[in-house]
Design a protein around this ligand. Sequence first.
Ligand code: ITT
Length: 214
Amino acid sequence: MDLLFATRNRDKSRELRELLGRDFEVIDLNSFPEIGTPEEIGKTFEENASLKAIAASRDRPAFAKRPSGSDPRRGKHLLVIADDSGLEVDALGGAPGIYSARYAGESANDAENVDKLLRELSTKHIAPDQRSARFRCVIALAQNGKLLGTFEGVAEGNIADAPRGTGGFGYDPVFQPDGFEQTFAEMGPELKNKISHRAKAIAGLRDALSNIDN
Ligand code: ITT
């Protein structure tokens, strides 16, 4: 099954491909420079995931020019998914939450966001046993400008006192999931993909896709 993933975040795309496996051909917006990215004006992960999926699924002419020379008619009905995700830290009232990607500023990179998070926790003197947090991921599924469903996954854990590990992306080096000694960045993709927020959201998406005749 073909899916257009409405993201330009290559780390998310890589993880989604690993999670969905070979039954799905996933193309992301890096193959469609002409498709614009909507402003993420929603107040929840669900709203932002939905608006990203719906906006991209309206852009039918772009799909007709799909790479790989496949049947352009399929473009009209192409299923579109979008992922809105982030980290909620209890001691910070749920921040950075939906602002995770731009926590340290509009064009902040992963290292700057992680730095800001650790600085906030240390400035507020948050003790190691009060650093509970969760990753939340909502995946929205849309077709022809209509929302077909949203699927949520959550991974509970704690914020480490310093970054550890080189795998993954984003806040992975400081997120230690409950029941594990390693951070997401230390454990490698196989284990992360078994327990992550994104893996749980994908389970719901898979169920929905198995009921769609496309
Ligand atoms: P798109 O909107 O184009 O999909 P984005 O990077 O802007 O890409 P979001 O608005 O959903 O995506 O922001 C998600 C941020 O949350 C992301 O930049 C990471 O910093 C963080 N994040 C999400 N999932 C993560 C994961 O599995 N591991 C580490 N950090 C994650």
